[in-house]
Design a binder for this molecule. Structure first.
Ligand code: ARG
Length: 494
């Protein structure tokens, strides 16, 4: 392949991929940018039977009590419904950033929350329980003395646990992002107990015969309500139809559908008991679900690498041009992006962009942007090295023939530099592919997140994670092999 063709095809790939991402991200955008006929709800689907992923058959569908209510309300109000997700502690920030029209996540109105967001009337009441290994007999707050206690981060269970810890000696709290993670920690013996709402605890205890739960006495009930951005005009109409479905029995029917017996619970098989007895048959039906994370992971990697390469090239040119302020800016940029954690950059871009610019950046876009900015910083150094390694004689020859600087760079130096740094670029790509798992933290359902969802639904962790690991490994191997083939061809064409 000649250089022009390589560049042309790169540009083509970028164009295609950009159009895919723009198309794709539409489905991730919040209501603010959608037509008025669609309402966007955001939830934390780690909470069966309120909201969880139905992973049967590979569909990525969030289902549950809250979802049914939301659908009923949206329909009655004449809107279509779109559902987004995030960890529970990201829900209120999402409302504040106007990323969604409302939250349904079994969320309890508390005075602190009411300072920042508005709530509807209450649609369901629940109580806290202590979940613990069978036979622990932990019935009331005092029993937790000296114990390690798990809670979901940002919930009122966390607050309640903190209150208890002030009164009862020796309680050590452990906050985790998702309820299934909390349950898993009990099962693996890292914590002694957890505080979980009753209906949710019931589901987990049914699926895990080695667990028990006890309702905390004298706990006043905590209701669930719909949350809206402060001042939202939707509160009134929602309250009206909510009252309506309370009165006409629709709500009660949904309560019966989701909260009676264990039909509400997606996990029915008996969980593995201690020891390393792996049982991959349990995730067989969910494998298509996990596999569907692959295209997104690949798209993400391809985009970040291509854009990162372009941005890195620009940065490296700024560094070697010899214009002091430009060099300084490029160096400062590199040092900031290499000097701070990628995960932090990701969270900043995702959460701060809407606030700073008013643009409702989708999780996927935020991921690509962050990875481009970050990998551009690393690549700029690699490319700078590659350019400086090209024989000085070449640029001198080109200059003496009167070839303009930019043309010489583009036509003579850069192609050679790129060829030299190909192994480094492959390394970078492999790194990006694996780091793409980080975007699972802002709600992109790529490979890792899919595996975690399956694990949460089936209450097993090992099998889906091992399977995800296998997928990553196969992808990386495929990439390595095709890169060495490419390198061989380039060398032959020399
Ligand atoms: N009701 C509790 C709260 O408002 C916990 C809700 C957790 N919800 C969830 N989808 N994980 O803090």
């Amino acid at each position: 392949m000649n250089k022009k063709k390589v560049w042309l095809s790169t540009i083509l790939v970028v164009a295609v991929v950009i159009s895919i991402i723009i198309g794709h991200s539409n489905s991730l955008k919040a209501a603010s940018s959608l037509g008025k006929d669609t309402l966007t709800m955001i939830t934390s689907p780690d909470y069966p039977p309120y909201e969880f992923y139905d992973t049967k058959g590979g569909d990525r569908e969030i289902v549950g009590f809250d979802i049914d209510i939301a659908k009923t309300l949206a329909e009655k109000l004449g809107f279509k419904l779109q559902i987004m997700e995030s960890d529970f502690n990201g829900l209120i920030p999402a409302l504040q950033a106007n990323r969604a029209d409302f939250v349904m996540a079994g969320m309890t109105p508390t005075p602190e929350r009411q300072k920042n967001i508005d709530f509807s009337i209450i649609y369901y009441e629940a109580k806290d329980t202590i979940v613990a290994p069978k036979g622990s007999n932990l019935k009331q707050p005092q029993d937790l003395s000296g114990k390690k206690v798990g809670v979901q981060l940002g919930t009122i269970q966390e607050q309640n646990a903190q209150k208890i810890a002030k009164k009862v000696a020796g309680i050590q709290l452990k906050q985790l992002n998702k309820v299934p993670e909390v349950v898993q920690e009990i099962k693996s013996g890292r914590i002694d107990a957890a505080i979980v709402e009753d209906t949710v605890a019931k589901g987990f205890a049914q699926a895990n015969p080695d667990l028990e739960f006890n309702v905390i006495p004298s706990e006043e009930a905590s209701g669930s309500a719909i949350a809206f951005p402060k001042g939202s005009s939707f509160v009134e109409p929602f309250n009206k139809v909510l009252q309506q479905i309370k009165d006409d029995g629709t709500l009660n029917k949904l309560v019966a559908k989701w909260f009676s017996q264990n039909t509400a619970n997606p996990a029915s098989s008996t969980p593995a008991k201690g020891g390393l007895n792996l049982d991959f048959t349990r995730i067989l039906p969910d494998i298509p679900f996990i596999l569907r994370g692959i295209p997104l992971t690949l798209l993400f990697t391809l985009l970040s690498v291509t854009l990162g390469l372009i941005w890195g090239t620009i940065l490296s040119l700024l560094k070697i041009l010899g214009i002091k302020p430009l060099t300084w800016v490029a160096n400062a940029y590199t040092s900031v992006f290499r000097g701070t954690p990628l995960l932090l950059q990701l969270a900043l871009v995702y959460y701060a962009t809407p606030q700073l610019t008013g643009y409702d950046i989708s999780a996927l876009q935020a991921g690509v942007l962050t990875f481009t900015l970050n990998s551009g910083a690393y690549m700029s150094e690699t490319i700078r090295g590659g350019i400086q390694a090209v024989d000085k004689g070449q640029s001198e020859a080109a200059m003496s023939m009167g070839v303009p600087y930019w043309l010489m760079m583009w036509d003579v130096i850069l192609p050679q530099a790129l060829k030299n740094i190909l192994p480094a670029l492959v390394n970078e790509t492999i790194g990006l592919l694996k780091d793409s798992a980080l975007v699972s933290t802002i709600g992109v359902v790529e490979i890792l997140r899919s595996a975690q969802i399956v694990g949460a639904n089936k209450y097993i962790y090992f099998e889906p994670l091992l399977f995800a690991g296998l997928i990553y490994y196969v992808l990386v191997m495929g990439m390595t092999l095709s890169a060495s083939a490419l390198e061989r061809r380039l060398r032959q064409s020399e």
